[in-house]
Design a protein around this ligand. Sequence first.
Ligand code: NDP
Ligand code: OXD
Length: 303
Amino acid sequence: MALLFLSTLERAAVWQPLFEAAGVEMIVGEAAVTDPAAITHLVCWVPPQDLRRYPNLQVVISTGAGVDHMPPMPEGVQLARTLAPGIEEMVRDWVVMATLMLHREMPIYLGQQREGRWQNRPVPLARGTRVGIMGMGRIGQLAAETLRGMGFDVAGWSRSGRAVAGVEVYGATGMEDFLARSEVLICLLPLTAETRGLMDANFFAKLPQGAKLVHAGRGAQLDMAALKEALDAGQLASAMLDVTDPEPLPEDHWAWADPRIVITPHVAASTDAREGAQHALAVVRASREGTEIPGLVDQTRGY
Ligand code: NDP
Ligand code: OXD
């Protein structure tokens, strides 16, 4: 079994000793492949054009938690996402920061700072403020735990509505009730056919007036024109976005200059090289032993 590594040389330098120690062959870059038939695993963000060059490929591993950028896999090739505690913790931290920033009205205070204006506003309590998390997967659950610990009243929404200790989770049919209670709405959904364009005008109308949006899922889930209308109408008070469509957001996009919006350039998380390598090794071992591939993606549902 050999793994083809298509990422940066800095990361390769961290991966190589770990693969050597584990006795698993790792090839860096397609140019170094002498026998395509030896490649059984491929690690990359975007894969090469023609995966059929590798006739014995078993698993493609996305270097991130998302797989929406991946093309359809050839017949028989499995797709996995990287499972790394660091990714989940980093996104949790970003989400907590963004929730607090909007809850404590930082967009307004940052605007006042630019104008040299000292003006206080009522100070809200976290305790009892209703937060709704869309996507109660690995990251959503971690974010929920921390926000609950700070006193926020947290509910979740997921496809299955699967129970999560201490959090009321609404299923697919409970979306309206979930939105109606979400004073701060957090999106941590994967991008799929079902979630593309989800946050539109109709969606925003179901939130309480003056709601706040924290978005770390994927840019294509958010209709930016609808966001602007909702902000202009006061339906939304503010938004913090880590993901946009397209990325990078064009320099002349209106959202950059909108004082109600805070943008970060898709930096909620960046996979730690060591954790990424450990996950890839676990995938190779699972393939060898015929056990469940960690991070295996259900290619029919898209996450
Ligand atoms: P998981 O697969 O663990 O969780 C996904 C959650 O979304 C599940 O609860 C799932 O429901 C729910 N879900 C999926 N489709 C729907 C739908 N149509 N309606 C309602 N709920 C749905 O993923 P993670 O928590 O690890 O990651 C979530 C996403 O976060 C990633 O896909 C990526 O887009 C984004 N991300 C962003 C990063 C950044 O830097 N901004 C970094 C890492 C991830 P169910 O439980 O029923 O299956
Ligand atoms: C990821 C991401 O999916 O960076 O890991 O968004």
